[in-house]
Design a protein around this ligand. Structure first.
Ligand code: ADP
Length: 251
């Protein structure tokens, strides 16, 4: 900082601040978030499982109200699991510690795994998920867990932002050098003015949120795909539906 009097430099003030405590605190916060979200995951999964068992056991006939309550417990558990998963992944992203477990992977297996994970949510909204897999898909070098997580995130959004009884398509196809995964819905779509910010952390399209969300899923998805050398993209038109996808180089 220069202090001048009549354009003359008469002194200089240099401020030095030690930001180590700030970094330490930030790291402690990130670790705390990771630990808490990890610890929350198991009991929430078990609540969800118990509610589902209760529904399946049919201890006497369940009336509509009881069925509705069970549905509400599973729905809310799903939402909590999504948030804890996002927080856990966010802590990896924030510390720059995305640890990839790259291995040869089958695109078809990744798609199947993702569809399986969201099948109950889709059923509840009578949404039909159709998978389209190209013949002779090559093996890719990928972190299966993180790649499936991204696809599950796309599918969860597609289900969440689509009307009941609509269709969602998930596909994997390839060109000579790339494999492309895509989730296409017939939902509300996104205004093009928001598309450039859609992968930003905490961004949610204004005014469209009747249900809570963190605005974290797509930003983490972007980090996961780019960490693997892939490219993430979106095409959407308001009122006409959305397509979210990512592309990997074929090995
Ligand atoms: P959230 O947890 O809020 O869904 P995301 O990062 O997954 O966070 O998505 C960010 C925002 O992008 C959402 O809040 C929603 O407004 C919009 N969005 C994402 N996917 C879709 C989709 N398939 N159709 C319409 N809007 C979407």
């Amino acid at each position: 900082l220069k202090v001048t009097n009549n354009a003359e430099v008469i002194g200089q003030v240099i401020v030095l601040r030690n930001i180590t405590p700030f970094h330490e605190l930030n790291e402690a916060k990130t670790n705390f978030i990771a630990t808490v979200s990890h610890e929350l995951k198991t009991p929430i999964s078990s609540i969800k499982m118990s509610a589902r068992l209760l529904g399946d056991l049919r201890v006497g006939a369940l009336n509509n109200e009881q069925q509705e309550l069970i549905r509400s417990i599973t729905d809310d558990s799903d939402r909590l699991l999504k948030i804890t998963g996002e927080l856990l992944n966010l802590s990896q992203v924030e510390t720059g510690k995305i640890q990839l477990k790259l291995q040869p992977a089958s695109p078809a297996d990744i798609v199947e795994q993702a569809i399986q994970a969201v099948s109950l949510q889709a059923q509840q909204k009578h949404i039909n998920i159709q998978s389209k897999l190209a013949d002779n898909l090559p093996t890719i070098q990928a972190d299966v867990e993180k790649t499936s997580w991204v696809l599950i995130n796309f599918l969860t959004n597609a289900i969440k932002y689509s009307p009941e009884d609509s269709g969602v398509e998930v596909s994997a196809c390839c060109t000579k050098n790339t494999v492309e995964f895509m989730v296409k819905d017939q939902g509300r779509g996104i205004d093009e003015k928001y598309l450039p910010r859609i992968f930003d952390r905490y961004f949610k399209v204004p005014g469209t949120h009747e249900r809570n969300g963190t605005g974290l899923g797509l930003s983490i998805s972007k980090e996961f795909i780019e960490a693997q050398g892939g490219r993430i993209w979106v095409h959407s038109r308001l009122g006409e539906g959305s397509q979210f996808g990512f592309t990997f180089s074929a090995t």
